[in-house]
Unconditional design. Structure first.
Length: 392
């Protein structure tokens, strides 16, 4: 009840409601999918797990009509249903049946709405790796970038130019057919997959930065993040409730808010761990994935619904003290598991950085060694001090 009240009064949610009903609608889908995944981890017989799988299929299938990223809940839900009960009370045939129920229900619901659209995810990833989102995530600049600004036109025209370069006549012949999306949209994912592995460490770093910021009452309330960085929505919105609650919310926002959020989520996991190690591991994985996902395009309309996880953690902190006798005997084992996960993650992240640096050096060397054609450039300084190079 307290969690529902906090979300109902949230100035973040009401700000997105004013911006886009389509984006606002996905919040209930994500929250219900999260609840159903929790029920899937707790299901103790085949019938209950099947009911949860069907529910996940309905939620993810219908929700995909509002936002394409809601489809993630279907893939994640199937993984939780199928493998979350490993060595649990439901045998493998029951888990497979529940996963099939989720897939069979969701597929026909989302198919008419996502026809030929899901292949554009590569373009969305390119846009999310552009400089505005890097700045929002508070990451230091690199000697390169994947886009100066967030722009559908720039991204997909760039993809089209590169695809057309290979076979201009063939590309032109396949373009502009009635009822068929442009090739830059249809083939963007396949195009990006050719070179995206060169930036795998950057992708992981942005995901981790997103998880950290989202764990702390979401970024707009933190004084260290200028509101202009999340200008996709006016915060707080015009609703009177938002205007009254926003100053109260700002009082609890600081650079330490993510620390509180992370500790709260760890409190949730410790309470679950005291009852079931398996559930805690899977729930922690779901937490991390949901908090990291907005790293693809870090904007208020993509992350506002994750405020629920912050309040869930805040409410778990006093409960941890109330249940201290139950959780204390398992705290040491939980701490050891947490340290192991952190050490493994740090090692993997460092390794990815080394691999990325090597691959980029090789690839950039190949580009610099390739034949060149002189193109006349027109230089112009922009208002922010950047140099703009224009071509005919």
């Amino acid at each position: 009840m307290l969690l529902g009240l906090a979300l109902a009064l949230s100035p973040l949610a009401s700000s997105v409601l004013l911006l886009s009903l389509r984006d606002f609608a996905k919040s209930s889908v994500f929250l219900w999918a999260f609840v159903l995944m929790g029920l899937a981890l707790s299901a103790r017989d085949r019938c209950k797990l099947l009911a949860v799988g069907v529910g996940l299929g309905l939620v993810s299938g219908l929700g995909s009509g509002f936002r394409g990223d809601v489809a993630l809940t279907q893939s994640l839900g199937i993984l939780v249903v199928l493998f979350g009960g490993w060595r649990g009370p439901v045998a493998l045939p029951g888990r497979v049946l529940a996963a099939l129920g989720c897939f069979v229900i969701a597929l026909p619901l989302m198919a008419p709405l996502r026809a030929e659209v899901s292949t554009a995810q590569g373009g969305h990833w390119m846009q999310g790796m552009s400089e505005p989102f890097r700045h929002r995530l508070r990451l230091a600049p690199a000697p390169y970038d994947l886009g100066e600004r967030y722009s559908d036109e720039l991204t997909f025209s760039g993809i089209a130019a590169d695809l057309r370069r290979i076979d201009p006549a063939g590309y032109d012949a396949a373009e502009g057919q009635p009822g068929i999306h442009t090739q830059s949209l249809r083939y963007s994912s396949a195009y990006v997959l050719q070179w995206a592995p060169l930036f795998v460490a950057d992708t992981v770093t942005r995901a981790l930065a997103s998880a950290w910021l989202n764990a702390g009452l979401t970024t707009p309330l933190n004084p260290r993040t200028p509101f202009v960085q999340l200008s996709d929505a006016a915060y707080p919105g015009r609703f009177s409730v938002a205007q009254r609650v926003a100053p109260l919310m700002a009082m609890i926002a600081s650079k330490w808010t993510p620390v509180v959020g992370v500790l709260g989520l760890l409190a949730v996991l410790l309470r679950v761990f005291a009852r079931s190690r398996r559930k805690a591991i899977w729930l922690g994985s779901v937490f991390l994935l949901l908090l990291s996902l907005p790293g693809m395009q870090f904007a208020l309309r993509h992350l506002f619904h994750l405020e629920a996880l912050f309040w869930l953690g805040v409410l778990a902190l006093p409960m941890l003290w109330i249940e201290r006798r139950m959780v204390a005997p398992r705290a040491l084992a939980f701490g050891a598991l947490l340290l192991g996960v952190m050490a493994t993650g740090a090692t993997v992240n460092a390794t990815l950085g080394v691999v990325q640096q090597h691959l980029l050096r090789v690839r950039i060397g190949e580009i610099l060694a390739a034949p060149r054609q002189h193109i006349a450039l027109a230089e112009a300084m922009t208002g922010n001090g950047s140099l703009l190079l224009g071509v005919a």
